[in-house]
Design a binder for this molecule. Structure first.
Ligand code: HEC
Ligand code: HEC
Length: 427
């Protein structure tokens, strides 16, 4: 009995020692696997928020994420921003020959709104680039010489131009200006509309400078902006200085604050759940980010998306040669500059020919695979513009995200008077 007890005791005792070892081993294994599992899980979570994942993986994660799981979409959004190394918005670098000193910006502001620069003194830059229309004109294509008023009132009142008016917001960040990229700097660009026969049609530099010099307020403004000590001959009222002042003003037309920027700066609540889903499409399945790169939402180069000449079914490629006319090579046919998308919801209609009336139509076009996807013969359509297979709710989310790029700042104020005393367009 006692031996049995002993055996049992011993057994129990011995058994308990073995069992302790076993327990310790099993616990160790369990802890180890929990640990590794947790580590894997933590690593995955961490890499979802870090740069380890590629686009295909993000598309897969987004596909698996439940539509209404806001916290998950915030994580996906943050992770995508990190993967794309999205930087917060920073102010533009000003060229050394034209620092945007306050006096130059002020002069440029007055010149921008003053019809004095145009031949018949009826048109200013603001006739087509107006604050009420997101620094554009709201028309499919611009209305030039002879045109009256701003925005939709201008329709049919003057010479019809070939292209859509781009917004001037964020032009400081364009390495190339114009839809076909034919101008480099803003200083160089400003000369073109002033003298273009179809636009402001200023026939004579001498006459333009004479008019400016005759106005005491302009003498003061030019002196403050460009004056040389000890000289009082108004020689600083020159054509290069007109363009410098306009450019200095334009470099201040930046959209620095949008819901998207707030999200980038860490404010999760600034985007709606639909916008977060749309952002995931913009960066993932939609491939938009390949060309529309944050923070300015363009890549500074040109591409062909295959925009047709009209909305009619079976309409061919638009006849505007675009970049082909600049480089004199056929493979540039139909290539246009990727426009930035800040404030894009405010500047309908869209594309170089103003063909699409709404963002929904633009997204529809990309979803179809651009011109080629719609069966149009396109000379050099970019391979990144291909069928996207987005569902209708997804297309809505994508448009919602584009609205998260709307400016949260107030537009520039249209001056009540300009130094020439001429009526200010759009006042
Ligand atoms: C008649 C309407 C009209 C007037 C007036 C006008 N513009 Fe424009 N602007 C346009 C159009 C249209 C384009 C695009 C033309 C193209 O791409 O070929 C454009 C393009 C530009 C661009 C290039 C933007 C970009 O993203 O590529 C800048 C900068 C610009 N204009 C500034 C000015 C300034 C400064 C003035 C006044 C001196 C002015 N514009 C007057 C219609 C106008
Ligand atoms: C291959 C580069 C490329 C890709 C990819 C791309 N875009 Fe574009 N985007 C462009 C170019 C180039 C234009 C101008 C085309 C033209 O005017 O003919 C443009 C124009 C636009 C415009 C019109 C802007 C305006 O001011 O007129 C919007 C909106 C836009 N794209 C949104 C998107 C969205 C959303 C996606 C993803 C579904 C996308 N883009 C994918 C290059 C691209």
């Amino acid at each position: 009995m006692s031996s049995t007890e002993g055996i049992f005791d011993r057994g129990r005792h011995g058994g308990s020692r073995v069992a302790r070892w076993w327990r310790m081993a099993v616990t160790g294994i369990v802890l180890l696997s929990i640990g590794t599992g947790g580590w894997f899980w933590w690593e995955r979570g961490r890499s979802e928020g870090a740069s380890a994942l590629g686009t295909a993986e993000w598309v897969e994660i987004a596909r698996r994420t439940s539509l209404e799981d806001r916290a998950a979409w915030v994580r996906v959004g943050r992770g995508m921003l990190q993967s794309e190394a999205v930087q917060p918005y920073t102010s533009p670098v000003e060229p050394i020959h034209n620092r945007g000193e306050a006096a130059r910006v002020e002069l440029g502001y007055q010149l921008f709104f003053d019809p004095i620069l145009s031949g018949d003194q009826t048109m200013s830059c603001a006739s087509c680039h107006h604050p009420a229309y997101g620094m554009a004109d709201g028309l499919p294509r611009a209305v030039g010489r002879g045109g009256r008023g701003i925005g939709l009132q201008r329709a049919g009142t003057g010479k019809g131009l070939l292209r859509n008016t781009p917004s001037l917001y964020n032009v400081a960040f364009n390495p190339l200006q114009f839809w076909d990229g034919r101008a480099g700097s803003l200083e160089e660009q400003a000369l073109i509309p002033i003298f273009a026969e179809d636009e402001m049609h200023q026939g004579s530099v001498t006459e333009m400078l004479r008019r400016l010099r005759a106005i005491p307020r302009y003498r003061e403004l030019f002196k403050a902006a460009f004056g040389v000590d000890g000289r009082d001959d108004a020689s600083e009222i020159s054509l290069p200085n007109v363009t410098r002042a306009l450019a200095a003003f334009e470099r201040k037309l930046n959209i620095t604050d949008t819901s998207f920027d707030r999200f980038v700066r860490g404010q999760d609540e600034s985007l709606t759940t639909a916008q977060l889903r749309g952002m995931a499409l913009f960066f993932g399945q939609g491939q938009c980010v390949v060309c529309h790169i944050p923070p300015h939402f363009h890549d500074g180069v040109l591409a062909s998306t295959g925009v047709p000449v009209s909305l009619e079914k079976g309409a061919p490629l638009d006849t505007d040669p675009g970049f082909a006319a600049v480089i004199r090579r056929r493979d540039g046919f139909g290539q246009f500059k990727t426009p930035g998308l800040r404030n894009v919801s405010q500047t309908a209609p869209y594309m170089h020919n103003g063909l699409f009336r709404t963002l929904e139509e633009v997204v529809e076009f990309y979803n179809d695979g651009g011109g080629r996807g719609r069966g149009i013969e396109v000379i050099s359509q970019d391979s990144k513009v291909a069928k996207l297979n987005l569902t209708e709710p997804q297309r809505r989310d994508l448009v919602d995200f584009l609205r998260a790029l709307d400016s949260l700042e107030s537009p520039p104020i249209v001056p009540a008077r300009v130094p020439s005393g001429l009526p200010v367009v759009g006042r």
